[in-house]
Ligand binder design. Structure first.
Ligand code: NAD
Length: 480
């Protein structure tokens, strides 16, 4: 039994109120550890430590900050296997994915922002004819809060923490209570990397206990949140009247639009990935697949054939394609959506059932599921399922595809498969989303703005956008 502790002021400590939560292993449904359910008192302690640390951390040279962040990145790499095994066990994701995507990306996040901060510059404006010069300071905000979800635990946790630290802030960070393990392990390497105590404080617990206490705390001046749209709205309700800076990365219901003129083989392979990678639990997964009518039947046959051979299995097997869903509640939610779709005349082309994996009968396994639908206005196409479930339906024209792509409350990403340049230009211009992929998916360049519009959130992460979020601009005008 691993008993996770909070990491506050450079050391591990139990929660003040001695409240604990069980931590489940999705692969076998067993409790394998406990985590603190921290309260206001723990957040108060973390904030106190962070405020004290801010005085010197905000004044460290960019070189020094960069050196420490890059050292954290290196230590994650040195411990890659340990982190990947912990991530896979905690989340249910295939070990192959944790080793090649999640943990390397967490290391990249620290390296990227360790380097980016050395290139981040403020602007100056010569006010010609007015004998004045303006320059803009980019100052750290102070103590900031980072709250992350369970689907890409260390990957998204560090995606927020790294720019916040690079910009000179001190951080209170809360991972999802469903997947706390790698955030806990991160605490172990911070001292070795030379991060001064109090600069990063990792506090565990539920959203309603720990997360809410963070959002309500008057000395936490900004909240960077990734999670569900409903939670984002609750956070905004509290944070907005306090005038906190807010970055909200929320849910999605992303369209994947496939035209007959695309590179078919590449499209097919990528579409299997964009549908089912991480059990479909990536905010960027393309869960609504629209296919040009002329290739619809061919696509349907080929896609189903490929999906049927995906191997559902224990996450630690190297040949597993689909691991376990993250929790029992989540598995039930996804199964509910499959039933809702059936009741709305969705035609299950493959999957739709729980999978029993030998020796791990209580694990949360589900077949990758493809549902044929006839209208975009059904619940399975309008609401976020966030599991290994996609729908397919044909379209006849560019306008119809575009109209269906945009007819949803979310606006995170869209994927387009075509080799027609003017169609690409026209459609990418008109998609109501923050991120568009053309003839690819999840090709990431960490310098690019990342985020959504509509119910998918507000603000952008990534590159200098993140450094701008984690700083306050102060303009100074000097007359000569
Ligand atoms: P969630 O909203 O339930 O929880 C996310 C985090 O917020 C957790 O740490 C949770 O403890 C905390 N939280 C919950 N209630 C809170 C409250 N009232 N105040 C403060 N914190 C609170 O989301 P989840 O189920 O962990 O993650 C899945 C969701 O995340 C999906 O909707 C998915 O689309 C979204 N997501 C979005 C992106 C993106 O970049 N847009 C990326 C990954 C996941």
């Amino acid at each position: 039994m691993t008993k996770i502790q909070n990491y506050i002021n450079g050391k591990f400590s139990p929660p003040i109120k001695d409240r604990w939560l069980d931590n489940y292993c999705p692969a076998n449904g067993e409790v394998y550890g406990q985590i603190p359910n921290s309260t206001q008192a723990d957040i108060d302690n973390a904030v106190k430590a962070a405020k004290t640390a801010f005085a010197s951390w905000s004044q460290t040279t960019l070189d020094e900050r960069s050196r420490i962040l890059i050292k954290i990145s290196e230590l994650i790499e040195v411990n890659l296997d340990r982190f990947a095994e912990a991530e896979s066990k905690d989340n249910g994701k295939p070990i192959s994915l944790a080793k090649t995507v999640d943990i390397p990306r967490a290391a990249s996040n620290f390296r990227f922002f360790g380097n980016a901060i050395t290139q981040f510059a403020s602007e100056s404006h010569e006010s010609v004819g007015q004998n004045a010069i303006n320059y803009t300071l980019r100052q750290p905000i102070g103590v900031v809060g980072c709250i992350s979800p369970w689907n890409l635990p260390l990957y998204l946790f560090t995606w927020k923490i790294a720019p916040a630290l690079a910009a000179g802030n001190c951080v209170i960070a809360k991972p999802s209570e469903v997947t706390p393990m790698t955030a806990y392990l991160l605490g172990e390497i911070l001292n070795e990397a030379g991060l001064p105590k109090g600069v990063l404080n990792i506090v565990h617990g539920t959203g309603t206990s720990t997360g809410k206490a963070m959002v309500e705390h008057p000395d936490i001046k900004a909240i960077s949140f990734t999670g569900g749209t409903k939670t984002g709205a609750e956070i905004a309700k509290i944070a907005a009247p306090m005038f906190k800076k807010l970055s909200l990365e929320l849910g999605g219901k992303n369209p994947n639009i496939i035209f007959a003129d695309c590179n078919y083989t590449e499209m097919l392979e990528t579409t299997v990935r964009s549908s089912f990678a991480n059990q479909g639990q990536i905010c960027l997964c393309g869960s609504r697949i629209f296919v040009e009518a002329s290739i619809y039947e061919k696509f349907k046959t080929d896609f189903i054939n490929k999906v049927k051979v995906l191997k559902v299995g224990h996450p630690s097997n190297s040949d597993t394609n689909i691991g376990a869903l993250v929790s029992k509640e989540h598995l039930e939610k996804v199964l509910d959506y499959i039933n809702i779709s059936k009741s709305e005349n969705g035609n299950i082309l493959c999957g739709g059932e729980k999978v029993t994996v030998t020796d791990y009968e209580n694990g949360y396994y589900l077949e990758p599921t493809v549902i044929e639908i006839t209208t975009n206005n059904c619940r399975i196409n309008q609401e976020e399922v966030f599991g290994p479930v996609v729908t397919i339906m044909p379209f006849k024209s560019d306008d119809e595809a575009l109209q269906m792509a945009n007819s949803v409350k979310y606006g995170l990403s869209a994927t387009l498969w075509t080799n027609d340049l003017s169609r690409t230009m026209r459609m990418t211009n008109q998609f109501e989303v923050g991120i568009v992929w053309v003839n690819t998916w999840m090709l990431r360049d960490l310098r690019t703005p990342f985020g959504g519009i509509k119910a998918s959130g507000m603000g952008r992460e990534g590159g200098f956008e993140a450094l701008r979020f984690f700083t306050e601009a102060k303009n100074v005008c000097i007359k000569y």
